[in-house]
Design a protein around this ligand. Sequence first.
Ligand code: SAM
Length: 297
Amino acid sequence: MGRNPRAKKSLGQHFLVDRRVLVRIVRAAEISENDTIVEIGPGRGILTRRLAESAEHVVAVEIDRDLADALTTEFKGRPGVKVICADARESDIEQLVPGNGPYKLVANLPYYSASPIIRRFLGADRKPQRMVVMVQREVAQSMTAGPGKMSLMSVAVQLYGVSRIVCYAPPRAFRPAPKVTSAVVRIDLLPTPAIAFDREEDLFTLLRAGFSAPRKQIRNSLSKGLSVPSEIAEKMLSRSLIDPTRRSATLSLAEWGNLYAEFRSLLPAHGGRAARAGRRRRSRSQDKKHADAKGVR
Ligand code: SAM
């Protein structure tokens, strides 16, 4: 590949150098020979090479033109490997993945955009069957947290999949070394979401409101976040058998499911106004990507 150009920190370029972590990522993905893998941010290709050894198709999406060109040259004559120079936060997932079969997402993600990229793939019509991603440790812990420590990220991930931490990777596992510890997370996508919903947008309006003030009692965060009187928030909660003085971090997915059902049943009278208010507030933001990123933090 010639001399390695200097890593661009603004693009989250911390290249993996620890082969044991590399093996853990590949093993966790459980790749079989006819698999299709999407890799985001192949960088200098340490993971891409391993993936290409085991899978039939690898689609590697790299934002950095220099790195994408170097990998295209390296994999020339390997029809199973396709390198695309694009921003994974914007690329059309339908277009990325060849055919219409299942695929897996395997990636050492850039810290600055890990959350929007994960959220994008989880919310896509064509979701991966499994995700194995390296992210910052705190993000990994949030993705896998249980009731008591739940955040919007926890619910957004566990709504669609079963998640667990595969291993941790210290700063020395990368060059240049980042300031933080990383972790590999595996998410196995569920055949149907863990919460039954008719409109994902309304569910996220409710979730964003619930987590808008995590230190407050949930009746207050819901009332403020949905712009409804506190009696309405309390009514939704009591009908869902949720103590209104609890904090949003303590709710289980099943409880969010019950709360969503009440929110929807109140839509014509109050929730409709609230959901529309939530939608209006978001659409006011010119930068949709930014809003997506905030939505799962
Ligand atoms: N996979 C390589 C490894 O493990 O050594 C590189 C991982 S590095 C943490 C993240 C990579 O993602 C970098 O190569 C960076 O240029 C790329 N990247 C950053 N933002 C991206 C984006 N929005 N879309 C696609 N690639 C991105």
